[in-house]
Design a protein around this ligand. Structure first.
Ligand SMILES: Nc1ncnc2c1ncn2[C@@H]1O[C@H](COP(=O)(O)OP(=O)(O)OP(=O)(O)O)[C@@H](O)[C@H]1O
Ligand SMILES: [Mg+2]
Length: 215
């Protein structure tokens, strides 16, 4: 399975979701590759940190790939790994476009405070263009970094906005703002591995994991 986490807004939690999914996949015994397409290299730093941690399996394979060639490289790598998770940067990048053309599933994290039509419009358009080459592509918007104050309005607002976009569905998972995500990122872990364990964060990632990998 090739899963892309992408979107044009910065700081929405793309790298957080990509690293958590990749680590969980490795914990499940799958041969997974994390592809970092961001020149900031945050996913690569996470993987490096993991290599120095006590996590088991310690290593999550991670490579940095930039530029248009990404599409061909991912297709080549897909023959060598069971699963690929692509962290597709924060700009309107060639990597995001190239990744969408080879992914099975795309997740676009969006913060409730940043719900806006322009972002969704652009993403809907990018997904539509990619589907011209990659008809099997499915794309979801996932609410990310939502307030932990119990509220159903975020999901309702997002569902209302998304109703106008043919190619974007709302993920059944949603991610709230929790310290566990920041701590796990710093230590090269996924939230499942963090001690003390944050059961709520682990549940949120589990829901995304199941949806993404049908597992
Ligand atoms: N659910 C969350 N709860 C708490 N902190 C979070 C959460 N998601 C992300 N963060 C923190 O917010 C910051 C930005 O997250 P992250 O790097 O995952 O976003 P990004 O979309 O990859 O950003 P960029 O666009 O710069 O690549 C990081 O410090 C991260 O630890
Ligand atoms: Mg990032």
């Amino acid at each position: 399975m090739i899963i892309l986490i992408g979107g044009e807004k910065g700081g929405t939690g793309k790298t957080t979701l990509a690293t958590n999914l990749a680590a969980k996949r490795a914990l499940a015994g799958r041969d997974v590759l994390l592809i970092d397409t961001d020149t900031q290299g945050s996913a690569s730093y996470w993987a490096q940190g993991r290599g120095e941690s006590t996590a088991r399996p310690r290593r999550v394979a991670c490579v940095q790939k930039f530029g248009k060639g990404l599409q061909a490289e991912v297709l080549d790598l897909a023959g060598r790994y069971q699963d690929i998770v692509i962290d597709a940067g924060g700009r309107d990048s060639v990597e995001l476009r190239a990744g969408l053309v080879v992914a099975d599933k795309a997740y676009i994290p969006i913060q409730p405070s940043q719900f806006d039509l322009w972002t969704l419009d652009r993403m809907d358009e990018l997904v539509g263009t990619a589907q011209g080459f990659n008809p099997g592509l499915n794309a979801w918007v996932i609410i990310s970094r939502a307030s932990t104050n119990p509220s159903v309005s975020d999901a309702r607002d997002a569902a209302e906005l998304l109703a106008d976009f043919a190619r974007l569905a709302l993920s059944g998972a949603s991610i709230r703002d929790r310290t566990a995500y920041r701590k796990a990122a710093r230590e090269g872990l996924c939230v499942d591995e963090l001690r003390p364990r944050d059961a709520k964060a682990a549940e949120e990632i589990q829901a995304l994991y199941q949806e993404a990998f049908n597992d």
